[in-house]
Write a protein that binds this ligand. Structure first.
Ligand SMILES: [Zn+2]
Length: 105
C-alpha cells in the first residue's frame, strides 16, 4: 500500500497510538509537537465517556490548527517536516485523492 495512504488511516481513531508516541505532527499545518500538547479529542459521546475502548478510539485534534489530521510516531511512520509535507500535499492539496475540504468555523 502507498505509505501516504497507509499513514492517513492513523489520523483518525488514534488516541491509543498517540498515547504511545513521543512526537506527533499535523498533516494540515505541518507542525510538530509533543503528544501531551494535544488537548482536543473528538469521538466520545456521553454514553461511552467511561468506556476505555471508546476513549482509545478518539481522534486527536491538532493543538495548532484544530484539524483532525494528527499523526504520532507510534504508528511507525517518520514524523518529520518532509514526511508531513508529503502528507499535506497528497491529502490537503489533493494531488492524490479528492477529499472534501474540512469545514472552517
Ligand atoms: Zn495542525
Amino acid at each position: 500500500m502507498n505509505e501516504l495512504l497507509a499513514a492517513y488511516r492513523y489520523t483518525s481513531n488514534n488516541h491509543a497510538q498517540i498515547e504511545a508516541s513521543k512526537v506527533c505532527g499535523c498533516c494540515n499545518c505541518v507542525e510538530i509537537f509533543r503528544p501531551d500538547e494535544i488537548v482536543g479529542w473528538t469521538g466520545l459521546t456521553v454514553q461511552d465517556m467511561d468506556d476505555p475502548k471508546a476513549i482509545g478510539r478518539q481522534t486527536a485534534m491538532c493543538p495548532r490548527c484544530g484539524s483532525e489530521a494528527v499523526l504520532g510516531d507510534g504508528c511507525g511512520f517518520p514524523i518529520n517536516a518532509g514526511f508531513l509535507a508529503r502528507m499535506n500535499e497528497a491529502w490537503f492539496q489533493r494531488t492524490m485523492i479528492h477529499r472534501p475540504a474540512p469545514k472552517k468555523s
